[in-house]
Design a binder for this molecule. Sequence first.
Ligand SMILES: Cc1cc2nc3c(=O)[nH]c(=O)nc-3n(C[C@H](O)[C@H](O)[C@H](O)COP(=O)(O)OP(=O)(O)OC[C@H]3O[C@@H](n4cnc5c(N)ncnc54)[C@H](O)[C@@H]3O)c2cc1C
Length: 208
Amino acid sequence: MELRLDVPGRVQHLAGQHYVVRLTAEDGYTAQRSYSVASPPGDPLVELFVERLDDGEVSTFLADVVEPGDRLEVRGPIGGWFVWDGERPALLVGGGTGVVPLVAMLRTARELGRTDLLRIAVSTRTLAELPYADELLDSGALVVTTREPRGVRPAGRLTPADLVPLWEPGRTAYVCGSTGFAEAASQLLLELGTPAADVRVERFGASG
Ligand SMILES: Cc1cc2nc3c(=O)[nH]c(=O)nc-3n(C[C@H](O)[C@H](O)[C@H](O)COP(=O)(O)OP(=O)(O)OC[C@H]3O[C@@H](n4cnc5c(N)ncnc54)[C@H](O)[C@@H]3O)c2cc1C
């Protein structure tokens, strides 16, 4: 689900950065988690996309309990490495909810009139589970589904053949998703000859 936050006096973020949301219970117990920003810097609000995990402590609270008008404690923007400057050609590779910071990059490129700089490949279990699916498809992103066929393509993961036409020297790759996805996708890129220094990775946590 999308959360759009009005953050008073905020520092403008860069595409790829995240915020930390901290919840505090009445007894003083706190829990905090990171959420990538989906909105571009020019958006007056900070948009987060939270995937609800059934046994998740913070994501269930954000998805089920928080209502418009509530106040949340947030810290950010955070992150200096997994950011896109809006100038360098980039290949964005996302798995599941890992597309969120990549959507911020896409939206930033649109604000700058530079969508030509980006190529996007994403992997999701099903199209219905992919955040911002319509926006990604409209941008021309390659979308592969691992649990259902898509057109003539059977269910399956991203392959080297998917990425070969999308990467070229001088292009920085931004890989984001679960730990398992991030490892697999960055390995694919390295096997294609992408220099390790041109692969930037953000891991969201569990193996997914
Ligand atoms: C830099 C960064 C950016 C992130 N951006 C986003 C974002 O944009 N949107 C988003 O939804 N999440 C994002 N995450 C993940 C988020 O911080 C939480 O880990 C996630 O919401 C789960 O928290 P929880 O309290 O609900 O679950 P927890 O109570 O921490 O965990 C509940 C169960 O889910 C498993 N689990 C924990 N994390 C994940 C995960 N990421 N995927 C699958 N299973 C998991 C645990 O092993 C456990 O079994 C990001 C993480 C990082 C580090």
